[in-house]
Design a protein around this ligand. Structure first.
Ligand SMILES: CC(C)(COP(=O)(O)OP(=O)(O)OC[C@H]1O[C@@H](n2cnc3c(N)ncnc32)[C@H](O)[C@@H]1OP(=O)(O)O)[C@@H](O)C(=O)NCCC(=O)NCCS
Length: 283
């Protein structure tokens, strides 16, 4: 593997030096590091970057690489023009293969522990819809810039008849007030871009993806004069209660997820939700 800093610069971003390959579908995540040492991690699983096992495995590997190569910071974005990420792939949960579902959940836990707990600075350039797991990824970063448009962001799990795990809740409460988080989760609220800005769910809006990336980079540059060790530990101390909870309760959390999946009522809700998505797509 070529060290990230040796990447050759083309235009603003360097030639990607890491390509996380999926066995079947080609690169699902692209990591490119620019000549200043900032990594851009781009989700690219068409059509909507729904988080299936393979995409999560590639995100997990990408986060390891960004950490190992000591990038100055990371910007998370999507290659889709309208969707940041549609959240967890519903097909991983509907009539699941239980062994695969277990790996799926464990990998999601890994991704969150790595992203929420990273010592390097992180920002999300949200260039489209970010429901559920898309919102989780964005809120796990330290800063969010969302492209203006008819996009929405939020944790809508209850609308699907599923309960967002405690660490999803903790991530939301780390971003907006606890009361707003509780209201948003219980009502499955999807925020418009303007609402998200008003509530602090995103920090800035942008005219397009390039503008969002630029604003994220400006945020990351704030840390240039802050000693990295002190910064990283300070971030982790703030996030420690949530991180420690999941680290200490991974098996319990997995068991809850697996029990949910095997609940006929949950399967029924998922089936209805999938039918509605298909109907909408067919219109
Ligand atoms: C993200 C979203 C707003 C994008 O809207 P869009 O650009 O109009 O795209 P579509 O809704 O047509 O989706 C495109 C395809 O992806 C599928 N898809 C969308 N979200 C998906 C998900 N989370 N998991 C699996 N498949 C998904 C759709 O069923 C559709 O499949 P089809 O082409 O076979 O019909 C919309 O797809 C959506 O709301 N998805 C559900 C998000 C969600 O509730 N996630 C919670 C998961 S716990």
């Amino acid at each position: 593997m070529i060290p990230l800093r040796q990447a050759v610069n083309i235009g603003r971003w360097a030639v990607p030096s890491i390509r996380c390959m999926s066995a079947k579908a080609g690169p699902l995540v692209d990591v490119a590091v620019d000549n200043e040492g900032y990594a851009m991690v781009t989700l690219q699983r068409p059509p909507v970057n729904s988080l299936n096992l393979e995409l999560l495995q590639d995100i997990s590997k990408s986060l390891d690489e960004v950490g190992k190569n000591k990038s100055k910071g990371m910007i998370l974005t999507s290659s889709s023009p309208t969707v940041f990420s549609a959240g967890l792939d519903i097909m991983e949960m509907y009539k699941p293969d239980l062994k695969r579902a277990e790996s799926f959940w464990r990998t999601l836990q890994d991704v969150w522990l790595k992203l929420f707990g990273s010592t390097y600075p992180t920002a999300a350039a949200i260039n489209g819809h970010a429901p559920a797991g898309g919102c989780l990824l964005a809120t796990s970063c330290e800063y969010r810039v969302m492209v203006s448009g008819k996009y929405t962001i939020g944790l809508n799990e209850t609308a699907l008849g599923i309960v967002a795990p405690r660490w999803f809740m903790d991530t939301m409460s780390n971003t907006v007030s606890r009361r707003e988080a509780e209201l948003a989760l219980t009502t499955a609220r999807m925020f418009s871009v303007d609402e998200a800005l008003k509530e602090g769910l995103v920090d800035e809006t942008a005219t397009d993806k390039a503008d969002a990336v630029e604003k994220c980079k400006k945020f990351l540059k704030r840390f240039e004069r802050i000693p990295a060790l002190a910064r990283g530990i300070t971030k982790q101390r703030y996030r420690e209660p949530a991180l420690n909870w999941l680290s200490a309760n991974r098996e319990q959390d997995l068991n809850e997820f697996m029990a949910f999946l095997q609940n006929p009522k949950v399967q029924q809700s998922l089936e209805m939700y999938i039918q509605n998505l298909k109907k909408k797509a067919a219109k």
